[in-house]
Design a protein around this ligand. Structure first.
Ligand SMILES: [Zn+2]
Length: 270
């Protein structure tokens, strides 16, 4: 079968990373049914020939105008598609789209006309924001990590940076690899404009991983593997905390002095 990935090794590798991460999300139990979303800005891997390709479907309205996405291309998980299927076949369970002139619609330039995730407007709004900021981040991930979601069923852990401090204190690597911690967004209707706007505001406060109360995380990073790693490291810390509680005691956590020493030694932000 012909595929737009043919002779485009960099693009194939980028989408290969998405498939690999989709498999991890399923194995971790973070991606039940069609849960979770991934979008990656792949513009830098699109060559002249691909730019000239005819769309196989569209244009479709985005639902909002995103002026900084002019000539941008994205790989997105397909609407209603499962992460476990995407892991096997990313081009049958996801789509490549290009933003049309005017930045308020998109068309599909892929192997089959898979409609992108219903969360597309909010994911694209985040990518638009990242480009405005001059951020090197090109990937966004939404998933349902069990232990992190469980934490958000407690008022205490929803207070600003309480969860961040606890998670950092469980094991030194957490602060080293998630130096911006875990931002919190209070419960809002899934897929709503309000949730998308609150997510962007929280990323703007300098968080890479944002926790949606009683729902899941939204993470951004340079690529999808790094976005996954941040969530994985934070969830691991939550698991260590829970393991301590299950053994019948309140986990002590590293001291503030120990964490400060880490920050200085590893030149961490904040
Ligand atoms: Zn979700």
């Amino acid at each position: 079968m012909t595929t737009v990935l043919q002779n485009r090794e960099a693009l194939r590798a980028e989408i290969g990373k998405v498939a690999e991460v989709a498999g991890y999300l399923w194995k971790k139990g973070w991606a039940e049914r069609n849960g979770g979303n991934i979008t990656v800005n792949i513009t830098e891997h699109v060559d002249e020939e691909m730019r000239g390709m005819k769309a196989i479907a569209g244009p479709f309205p985005i639902g909002k105008q995103l002026p900084h996405l002019e000539e941008c291309w994205f790989y997105c998980k397909g609407t209603g598609k499962r992460m476990r299927d995407l892991a096997r076949d990313p081009m049958a369970n996801g789509s490549i789209i290009r933003i049309c002139p005017g930045c308020s619609s998109y068309e599909i330039v892929a192997d089959s006309p898979v409609m992108p995730t219903s969360e597309l407007p909010s994911h694209l709004a985040v990518h638009d924001y990242l480009l405005v900021k001059g951020s090197p981040y090109r990937a966004s991930l939404h998933t349902h990590p069990i232990e992190l979601v469980a934490l958000t069923h407690s008022r205490y852990w929803l207070e600003k940076d309480n969860a961040t401090r606890m998670l950092w204190s469980m094991i030194p690597e957490t602060k080293a690899f998630c130096p911006r911690g875990l931002g919190i967004v209070p419960y809002m209707l899934p897929s709503s404009v309000e949730l998308a706007d609150a997510t962007i505001r929280t990323i703007d406060e300098d968080y890479d991983v944002v926790m949606w109360e009683k729902h899941g995380v939204f993470a951004v990073d340079v690529d999808i593997m790094d976005a996954f790693d941040q969530v994985d490291v934070l969830n691991k810390a939550a698991q260590i905390y829970i393991a301590g509680k299950a053994m019948g005691f309140e986990p002590e956590g590293m001291t503030s002095a120990q964490m400060k020493e880490m920050s200085v030694a590893f030149h961490l932000p904040k």
